[in-house]
Ligand binder design. Structure first.
Ligand SMILES: Nc1ncnc2c1ncn2[C@@H]1O[C@H](COP(=O)(O)OP(=O)(O)OP(=O)(O)O)[C@@H](O)[C@H]1O
Ligand SMILES: [Mg+2]
Length: 254
């Protein structure tokens, strides 16, 4: 049994088919990267796993810890251990960040330490993400994940818009959640990280990378190697590159 097993996933949003048969597996304690051009369906995939409204699964299934979650509401998936940091974190008027964090986690001292680590101590009394800068919103998302400590963390471009020093701070926080200090067999938390810049790879060792194009998984392989290929040749050449190099690993129905 895999930790996360996605079979032939088809997802529609706004009446249009966005994901066209995704197959993807993640094992316990692993960190997976997703690369793909704009509009290829990366955020849609994370939204479908988290159970966000607006993403309709029309075919296929998502198994998490061996159980189908495709018909579960977002809160049940969250209680099962799925946490999401949005590409564009929403603001929530009327709820202070500190109130939300205390509701999730009761340990006041730990919350204070985590807020300090993410340079957000001054923001605990503010409404969630209201008036926050782009980088502050991203850090606020990570702080919420630190409180939740989800077994499966879905990170949608966590370093996007974050200054170079704070990328390192975010990476430290993610390493704590992912128990990167422990040997692989002892880790119980996994992550899927979407990145365009690849900056996060300078700080966090990922185990596997998937390339998504036009709603399909084109293939998978070593994150650094794939990122170098994308930088050198662009996404268009990925199709041939996977056909040549990773033929045995290609999944999906391309
Ligand atoms: N509600 C919707 N109605 C219509 N089209 C949608 C809807 N949601 C997503 N799409 C379309 O689905 C495609 C995939 O969107 P998605 O946000 O998953 O892309 P992405 O790979 O995350 O891109 P980016 O790298 O720009 O974040 C896009 O073309 C987008 O316009
Ligand atoms: Mg996106």
């Amino acid at each position: 049994m895999s930790f996360l097993d996605i079979h032939n996933l088809h997802v529609c949003a706004g009446g249009k088919e966005i994901l066209k048969g995704i197959d993807l597996t993640i094992e316990t304690g692993r960190t997976a990267i997703i690369f793909g051009p704009n509009g290829s369906g990366k955020s849609t995939l994370l939204g479908a796993i988290a159970g966000l409204p607006g993403y309709e699964i029309t075919e296929g299934d998502i198994l998490f810890k061996g159980k189908s979650i495709r018909d579960l509401p977002v809160d049940e998936r969250s209680r099962m251990g799925i946490g999401l940091a949005f590409q564009y974190p929403p603001a929530i008027k009327g709820v202070r960040l500190g109130t939300l964090l205390k509701t999730i986690k009761k340990d006041d001292q730990l919350l204070k330490d985590q807020a300090e680590m993410l340079n957000l101590t001054q923001y605990l009394n503010r409404e969630i993400n209201v008036g926050f800068s782009g980088g502050e919103r991203k850090r606020s998302e990570i702080l919420q994940l630190m409180a939740q400590m989800p077994d499966l963390m879905l990170l949608d471009e966590p370093e996007s818009g974050v200054d170079i020093e704070n990328i390192s701070v975010i990476a430290q926080a993610l390493k704590i959640i992912l128990e990167k200090d422990k040997p692989l067999p002892k880790r119980t938390h996994s992550a899927i990280i979407i990145t365009h810049t690849g900056f996060i790879l300078d700080y966090i060792k990922a185990d596997i990378a998937f390339v998504i194009m036009d709603g399909h998984v084109l293939g998978c392989g070593a994150p650094g190697e794939i990122f170098d290929e994308i930088k050198a040749h662009g996404y268009k050449k990925c199709t041939t590159c996977f056909a040549d190099k990773y033929r045995d690993m290609v999944s999906g129905d391309l």
